[in-house]
Design a protein around this ligand. Structure first.
Ligand SMILES: C[S@@+](CC[C@H](N)C(=O)[O-])C[C@H]1O[C@@H](n2cnc3c(N)ncnc32)[C@H](O)[C@@H]1O
Length: 220
């Protein structure tokens, strides 16, 4: 995501489901270093919202994760890390459910260059995320859908793939990258660039002592 922000000079990206910030911080860092933009992180950080019931195979694990997780503490940690790493000018946290946060996008007429959907994985909320945030995706924007192997997420994946151009479906790493291209030429350009970045990211992950991502290089 950091490389997508850099390559496509994205100004506004959205992370639905922040948790500890693993997907949000690289976006904020890339905005600070490369695009001058901002990442909006949406998460209620609440056990009630985090509860998921549609995945029987791992229900016990999901329940125990909620019991063990200190959501209040996580929220304060994310806030503290944004300050510590000097990212506050390039990140806005919205402590709310993605459904309720939508009003902000509508009131402020915000359109997004990239939306990462990784909030509650039950079918109803993930379908609602898609229905709510697809219209907020700018023309040429990129949608990333996480955990596409979950049967509860599959209806959202199928719907997204029917509405957008599917650029990558990485079943091993369990996510999909889709794009809302303006033209055939833009689609070809995006597919080529995004797939190249994807290959780079995979080889960088396989060889952590030789980072190839430009954003990582800047901090090496
Ligand atoms: C899988 S974690 C996110 C992981 C994070 N994106 C990462 O890469 O590490 C799911 C997060 O979604 C949040 N969440 C649950 N319901 C939500 C909702 N309705 N809107 C936004 N976030 C939600 C949970 O609080 C939890 O922190």
């Amino acid at each position: 995501m950091a490389e997508l922000i850099r390559t496509f000079e994205m100004k506004l990206t959205v992370d639905i489901g922040v948790y500890r910030g693993r997907s949000l911080f690289p976006q904020a860092l890339s905005h600070r270093e490369c695009s001058g933009g901002i990442a909006i992180g949406i998460d209620p950080w609440s056990a009630a919202y985090a509860k998921q019931c549609d995945n029987d195979a791992i229900q016990a694990e999901l329940d125990s994760w909620i019991q063990k997780t200190d959501f209040e503490g996580l929220y304060h940690d994310v806030c503290a890390h944004l300050i510590k790493f000097n990212l506050t000018a390039h990140c806005r946290l919205v402590r709310n459910s993605s459904a309720d946060a939508l009003a902000l996008f509508e009131q402020e007429n915000i359109f997004c260059d990239m939306v990462h959907i990784d909030g509650n994985h039950d079918t109803q909320p993930v379908m609602a995320d898609l229905a709510n945030y697809l219209p907020r995706l700018a023309p040429g924007g990129i949608l990333i859908l996480d955990d596409t192997s979950w049967s509860s997420v599959k209806p959202a994946f199928d719907l997204a793939a029917s509405k957008l151009d599917l650029i990558i479906h990485d079943q091993e790493r369990d996510y999909a990258v889709l794009s809302k291209s303006r033209s055939l030429l833009e689609k070809l350009h995006r597919v080529t660039q995004v797939r190249r970045l994807h290959r780079q990211a995979i080889s960088a992950a396989a060889c952590p002592d030789k980072p190839s991502l430009a954003v990582v290089r800047r901090f090496a």
